[in-house]
Design a binder for this molecule. Structure first.
Ligand code: ZN
Ligand code: ZN
Ligand code: ZN
Length: 367
């Protein structure tokens, strides 16, 4: 993304031009043109500066003096270092502010998950996260990384942010990764399987874009629009939000019938299949149902009911048949659970996010 474009151009005028890096007169009849990826300006450099080995990872320009070298080898020019968040603790604090801002902006429509852990990692470690087998389908944003994990039946979301990002990029990246957490928490498993990766990325970019819009950060909005890794989905999400409002966008994410937004049929965002509330089945005589208690903080098989072939299990607050999945309340969070098998006194389930399988034993309530 931060490739510098090098052009050779003959100097037409005899007037000496100053090098944008060292400030000296450019000697000879050749100038070297680099595009500053922050200001998007083309800048003229002298021969010596065009050969400097260090390039700023933010703007792509050669760095000569006053630059900062990070432990992972990245270099930031002095201008961009002033706008970058070099202290990891400050980066985490800013991410917390972004989370608060999401709540403020979107509380009319939805809530963003709070079971999120934020880590600040250097580029070497961030890239290593993408190389773990099976991780390649996760967020391809090179400045941040998102992954759900299950610990003692509790789902938590881990957001990793690249260290030393410019403040605006940091905020946008944080909003983007928190939007992935929203998707993981709110979009049903079968819908997530249908949803194209570009559409999920487009939605996350929309959330980042709306945060930057609320902050009047026109520069970062432009950066989001220029970024082409959603292959056009971001523009369609922005148009859909303008035309229909965020509520329709959220409904489409959860229950839409198309796998991505279609530029030729923008109104298909309104094609959604909202499931009817699952009715609680009548309890058959052979049912064992434990007395209702407060929500347990692990997965508990509280009852088995129905007939053989049409058996149902009650796990915490949810009733499931074989093959069904639902969000089960565990303590203060939700765990997406799929029921794989129901036996006489146990059920085999899968924790969808971690794909971990486990057998839950039914303990008859004490008489
Ligand atoms: Zn120079
Ligand atoms: Zn720079
Ligand atoms: Zn992403």
């Amino acid at each position: 993304m931060l490739t510098a474009f090098l052009f050779l151009a003959a100097l037409a005028s005899a007037q000496a031009e100053k090098c944008a890096v060292c400030g000296e007169d450019i000697m000879g009849d050749t100038v070297y043109t680099f595009t500053d990826q922050v200001s998007k300006e083309k800048k003229h450099l002298c021969y010596d500066c065009s050969l400097l080995p260090d390039r700023c990872f933010v703007c792509g320009m050669p760095a000569k003096k006053g630059f900062v070298t990070l432990p992972d080898g990245r270099v930031i020019c002095d201008r961009d270092a002033k706008n970058s968040v070099l202290d990891p603790e400050e980066a985490k604090r800013i991410c917390g502010e972004v989370s608060d801002e999401l709540d403020r902006l979107f509380s009319r429509f939805t809530a963003f998950p709070t079971n999120v852990d934020v880590a600040v990692v250097d580029r070497v470690n961030l890239l290593a996260l993408f190389k773990i087998p099976g991780n390649d389908s996760e967020c391809p944003d090179v400045q941040g990384y998102f992954r759900p994990h299950t610990n003692h039946n509790m789902v938590r979301y881990k957001v990793s942010l690249m260290s030393a990002l410019p403040r605006s990029d940091l905020k946008a990246t944080c909003a983007h990764e928190l939007a992935h957490a929203w998707v993981a928490e709110n979009v049903p498993a079968d819908r997530r399987e249908d949803l194209r990766g570009d559409a999920e990325e487009g939605f996350c970019e929309l959330v980042a874009y709306l945060v930057m819009d609320a902050e009047n950060d026109e520069g970062e909005k432009k950066t989001i629009l220029h970024n082409d890794y959603t292959r056009g989905q971001i523009d369609l999400f922005i148009a859909a939000e303008k035309a229909h409002g965020l509520n329709d966008v959220l409904d489409w994410m959860k229950w839409g019938t198309a796998s991505e937004l279609d530029p030729d049929e923008p109104n298909r965002i309104r094609d959604v299949e909202i499931p009817r509330e699952q009715s609680v089945p009548a309890v058959s005589p052979r049912a064992y149902i434990a007395a209702p208690t407060s929500v347990p903080d692990t997965l508990v098989l509280k009852g088995i009911s129905g007939t053989k072939g049409h058996a149902l299990v009650l796990i915490n607050d949810q009733t499931l048949a074989v093959g069904e999945s639902a969000k089960v309340r565990v303590g203060k969070t939700n765990v997406l659970v799929r029921c794989l098998e129901i036996r006489d006194d146990s059920a085999r389930v899968q924790i969808v996010d971690s794909r971990e399988e486990r057998v839950l034993l039914f303990k008859k309530p004490k008489e």
